[in-house]
Ligand binder design. Structure first.
Ligand SMILES: Cc1cc2nc3c(=O)[nH]c(=O)nc-3n(C[C@H](O)[C@H](O)[C@H](O)COP(=O)(O)O)c2cc1C
Length: 344
């Protein structure tokens, strides 16, 4: 039986892999705002094969969490192939290999962006994953090759074409080198050049902090689709904005009531889907991002730091944002602009 293909076009924005953040609760939240495809946090292929509980937890999912791409990292073909086979038995269909992570712990294992230093090994790893999966179900997430931050992108082009020949289903490019990490600007010329020479879809990543920027990137580079990363972390409503802008509708106004619903929904999903307190600690750092720029945001952050159970966390958010909501309503009935305009 052939697999359905993943939607990769301007009307189907993806949620990027975000280690520490693109967990099940956040993915479901982003899907509610319009994310079409989500990618898991990166998971160690070796960790999966050796059944490390941490790796297994990173892949927890549900029937509402589809379509889902499982992202692996690792540099050894046999572990990657085995991890794909194991995950297929659990029902996973789509896979991605991280060839772009610039975190030292990953680079030290020869994985992530370090794979670009040894293209033959990287291609062997890619081949092993592709052979272990259904045709067209494995993608690869790349960065620029060392020294190619300003082009020419010849090594990137050659490597990408070889991945395409091996049977890659799609590629994603974050057009910075690993040495750049997140500094400088994502090089849109590299996206344009790669999009023009590939016959498989190319997804853009990099500096897509709001939906207008996302659409600008799609139009100026000719890529097939894109994935939001830090833009979604800061504001998951980015997906709804993206879809609105595609229909020539304006982005959603970030009234406090909208941000309150967003924060409470995220808390409820996290509470429902997690056991243990680590999800609670994480939410204490996530919620202040949604309240950024609102009156009382700092007091809320301080109060959240003292919350040690879910009811206290919800109560803190409800109380703080209810106060902001009534200020917002007064302001709008007086025809004054809300403090925080859409981040676009
Ligand atoms: C907190 C964080 C975690 C990330 N984790 C991953 C990851 O697990 N796998 C991966 O391929 N990229 C990861 N990335 C990179 C993003 O997917 C994305 O390519 C990068 O942030 C550039 O996009 P942006 O500038 O729009 O944020 C991560 C980025 C951030 C900020």
């Amino acid at each position: 039986m052939s697999c359905p293909t993943l939607p990769i076009d301007r009307l189907h924005p993806w949620l990027a892999p975000l280690a520490g953040f693109s967990d099940l609760a956040f993915r479901l939240l982003c899907r509610e705002y319009g994310a079409s495809v989500c990618v898991t946090e990166m998971v160690s292929a070796k960790g999966l094969v050796y059944a490390s509980p941490g790796s297994r937890d990173l892949l927890s999912t549900s029937s509402a969490d589809l379509p889902l791409v499982a992202q692996l990292f690792g540099a050894e073909a046999p572990f990657l192939a085995k991890a794909v086979s194991m995950l297929r038995k659990k029902g996973f269909v789509w896979f991605d290999l991280n060839m772009g992570c610039s975190v030292r712990k990953v680079l030290r294992q020869g994985a992530g962006a370090a794979m670009l230093n040894d293209p033959d090994n990287a291609l062997a790893a890619a081949r092993a994953m592709i052979h272990a999966a259904e045709p067209g179900t494995v993608g690869f997430k790349l960065r620029l090759f060392p020294g190619e931050e300003r082009g020419p992108f010849s090594r990137l082009r050659e490597f990408s074409l070889r991945l395409q020949d091996e049977g890659a289903g799609w590629l994603t490019l974050h057009p910075r080198t690993a040495a750049q990490a997140f500094s400088g600007n994502a090089n849109r010329d590299a996206l344009e050049e790669l999009a023009s020479c590939l016959s498989i879809p190319l997804l853009a990543s990099g500096d897509l902090m709001n939906a207008r920027e996302g659409l600008r990137c799609l139009e100026s580079t000719g890529v097939s689709g894109l994935m939001y990363a830090r833009g979604a972390l800061r504001d998951p409503i980015i997906f709804e904005d993206h879809l609105r802008l595609c229909r020539n509708a304006p982005p959603r106004q970030r009234r406090v009531a909208v941000l309150r619903d967003l924060a409470l929904r995220h808390i409820r999903l996290a509470r429902e889907l997690s056991s243990g307190l680590s999800a609670l600690w994480k939410m204490r750092t996530v919620i202040p991002r949604y309240a950024r720029g609102l009156p009382g945001a700092r007091a809320l952050r301080d109060r959240l730091c003292r919350c040690t159970d879910w009811p206290a966390l919800e109560e803190a958010v409800e109380e703080a944002l209810d106060i902001s909501c009534s200020m917002d309503e007064n302001r709008s009935s007086n025809n004054v602009k809300p403090d925080r305009s859409p981040a676009i």
